[in-house]
Design a protein around this ligand. Sequence first.
Ligand SMILES: CSC[C@H]1O[C@H](OP(=O)(O)O)[C@H](O)[C@@H]1O
Length: 358
Amino acid sequence: MSFTPPLATLRRDGNAVVILDQTGLPWRVVERRLTTLEDVLEAIVAMRVRGAPLIGVAAAHGLALALERDASDAALEAAIARLLATRPTAVNLRLALEAQRTVLAPLPPSERPVAAWREAERQRRDDAARCEAIGRAGLPWIETLARRLGRPVRVLTHCNAGWVATCGAGTALSPIYLAHAAGIALEVFVSETRPRNQGLITHWELTQAGVPATLIADDAAGLLIAQGDIDLVLVGADRIARNGDVANKIGTYLKALAAHAHGVPFLVAAPATTFDPACPDGAAIPIEERAADEVLTVAGLPPGANGPVPVRLTPLPARVRNPAFDLTPARWITAILTETGAWPAPLAAAKLFPESDR
Ligand SMILES: CSC[C@H]1O[C@H](OP(=O)(O)O)[C@H](O)[C@@H]1O
């Protein structure tokens, strides 16, 4: 039993990288060809590629593009620094670039471009394998609930942690796809995830795969949890600290709080590349602040338009805060699903990094 994503989120085409441009979703399925480091930087900052694992793999490919032009030591470090600065919270980006540096730095510049492409491809395949294993780690949780409840399992998810956000089946959605393939009846509640509305991508993914999905406004999640309409909350992560605290899309914290208050299991799904043993706890995780425009506008498809356009929500000048992530304490997390299994949050980092200093 497995799930094959219907499209590639990122692929190499000669000396270019072709991405599924997520800014068109869920209205338009459009690919974009990236041929320079600048193209990749723009794609990550503008969230044409997004999702913690995919950002890392995109950065690894961006480095290969950069080295095609200049593979000197200085250019290697400059490109890594520029890619690292694109998005601060998802640690996958740093790990992907550090893995590239480990491979590339000992090589003479002439050998670096080929090696960089090879390492980028290794990371792409590796992410797909990790997603599949996360699905297998999460499936028993859904199977058990289905058996116990004897009716469709109602899962709440937030943001987009599906195939669109990775190079494989996704993280949080991977167990859902496997459960659906196994014939387990599910209903997935998807919060829209303002300001960027990544929930719309999740709703699109699930609907395309034939998984029953119900879109809700972000603030509806508390009521559904409180009145017993949710059996399981399942979300992704952008960085997980050594103690199991989780940084994920803004809005995750409130869902975890409600789940904790009402005894609903709260699972986080993430590969080892999302763990940061250098962060002792959530307070050490940098939280990305994004542009005010994301709050002041909403993207939609007016009749006759070629693609989504931003519509301004208020004519008034407005002070805005736009933190893109929040921190969920380990004590509210029932388990973290990783490629090595399901672990209590405080133990997860220890299981993945037994050698690290803690
Ligand atoms: C599969 S990880 C998905 C993760 O990435 C999202 O962040 P963003 O849309 O800002 O890249 C979000 O926090 C998801 O859980």
